[in-house]
Design a protein around this ligand. Sequence first.
Ligand code: HAM
Length: 434
Amino acid sequence: MKIKAVKGTRDFYPQPMAVRNFIIDGWKEASLRNGFEEYDGPIFEYLKMYQVKSGDEIVEQLFNFEDRGGRHLAIRPEITPTLARMVNQQINALPRPIKWFSVPRLCRAERPQKGRLREFFQWNIDIIGVDSVLADAEVIFTSIDYLRGLGLDADDIKARISSRKLLAAFLKSAGIAEDQLESIYPVLDKKPKLPPEAFDELLLKSIPDSDIAEKVQKFMVLDDVAKIAAMSDGSEELEDAIAELAELFRILDNMGIADYCVFDPGIVRGLAYYTGVVFEVHDVVGELRALCGGGRYDNLLSDFGGPSVPATGMGMGDCVLEILLREKGLLKDDKLQTKKIDCFVAYASGEFAGEAVKLTAELRGLGVFTDFSYKGGNLGKQLKKAASAGASHTVIIGQEFADGGKYVLKTMATGDQAEVTPESLYEMVTRDKG
Ligand code: HAM
């Protein structure tokens, strides 16, 4: 019986694994550089945790199951609910602000497509306990800080920023009742993902008044906060939301990333828990799905039975990112090493095989990353193996060892060879390791 991998999953052979590590190591470094601490949670949780506030789209995409004790569980499709649960559990003990990051492996039963799989890795950064837009700005800054560090500049990517507060105030001023808002957000979020006619049809289903629906369509394509101010009906809620966005853009300018940031009221976000600033980073060409998305979710902790504590954050998946980096020629696969060998031990003939094993073990014990060939044989072949493993030195055990207990040490970069005693060999290879 031939068993295949499940649709939408990936097998990480050593080369793709090196790419995955390159992405994740960068996420971790950018998090630490921006003052975040790492956390993690379990890979499955109670199913109901995702049914409370994540929204229908994610609930439809859950991998859920019943365990032997009859518990209804789900594999995590995102980590934000876990974070809210964990913070709630220790809310009085945790010093605030909480600035945490995580790189969970997530599963969503989505239809696999370009940049969307059923299992993926997602970088999360979240700031809990700060209601100022300075925290939203820091989340956006940290995302851009990582992406620009990879070589993506403001012509390649843009953070598209809006606000749920602004949208709510606008929708209400356009005549939509407060209790309808939550059902309209996921519809508006579908706009960039659907052909225009399909979206129009969907919109008219949730906003049957065509005048209001038209107003909403017009609002979603405005490109300047000032144009919204001109449309304002003078409601305090709308004025506050506009002022908050203006403040956010001032801070982003001060942080030096204004050229990466644009206002886009078409950004709504599909998840139900967002309450304030929302953003997504997209490739400028606009052919790919979002690189990342996030925003403020001030009610999630209290929705989970905790106190009312403000929060903001974002998630970035590895799939679209990898596609974009390849398209831009910024992923140098061939430079990513799958092995990290410093020293290779080769032997001129079978009689030295035991000595090679002994020396390899000794060097490994000294902390030197060392390998050798099981088969031995032709010295040329062993040297090739050493080169492809990326070894900086090869120790050759041969006649010099039989005659005077010395090794031949070959420096791979220059090809220089020298006879060395065991003591000086240890000294040289460990010194080279730093
Ligand atoms: P999200 O928009 O559902 O937000 O996902 C964020 C990012 O995760 C997406 O922009 C994409 O890069 C990646 N992603 C999502 N689904 C898939 C998939 N099926 N395959 C590959 N990549 C995917 C959230 O998950 C929020 N919890 C983020 C957040 C954290 N908001 C506040 N804090």
